[in-house]
Design a protein around this ligand. Structure first.
Ligand SMILES: [Cu+2]
Length: 156
């Protein structure tokens, strides 16, 4: 395509290049291809259990709150246990449009909630919420070496 008599090393003027780059960005923006603001994606802003937090053993109400509306039908929460087993939790159909809720009955141990949400802008985001389930205050601790205690250290 390049004629053989074309100059080989043409010094590229800086200003026209910058202007061209600017025009290209403007064209992308017009085409809707420019990077979308971070706020457009669903970012986790609060959760129960909290990240790194602990909750009492037994029925646990799980809530994940985002900075934008999420498509609950196409979002999911998976519970990862310290023994490497995983369980997909049912996302509750009702609730605020910026939240996912689920429920699980949990024994003491280390867990991770692995969430994937589809925001209303069509973008998918993912993340983990690691937390610990502990015996409720006043509950009788299992004898040393009992099942829950050894299971708890197995994942670490
Ligand atoms: Cu987005």
């Amino acid at each position: 395509m390049i004629p053989s008599n074309a100059p080989r090393a043409v010094p590229t003027p800086t200003a026209p290049t910058a202007a061209r780059a600017g025009a290209a960005l403007a064209a992308l923006a017009l085409a809707g291809l420019a990077p979308v603001p971070a706020a457009a994606h669903a970012v986790l802003v609060a959760s129960v259990p909290t990240v790194g937090g602990s909750v009492d053993a037994g029925p646990v109400a799980i809530t994940l709150r985002y900075n934008s509306h999420v498509d609950r039908g196409r979002s999911k929460i998976t519970l990862l246990r310290s023994d490497s087993t995983a369980e997909r939790l049912a996302v509750e159909a009702a609730g605020p449009p910026d939240q996912l809720a689920a429920a699980a009955t949990l024994a003491p141990g280390a867990y991770t909630l692995r969430w994937q949400v589809l925001a209303t802008d069509g973008h998918i985001t993912r993340g983990d919420v690691a937390f610990t389930v502990i015996l409720p205050a006043g509950a009788t601790a299992p004898a040393p070496g009992a099942g829950p205690a050894s299971a708890r250290t197995a994942g670490n």
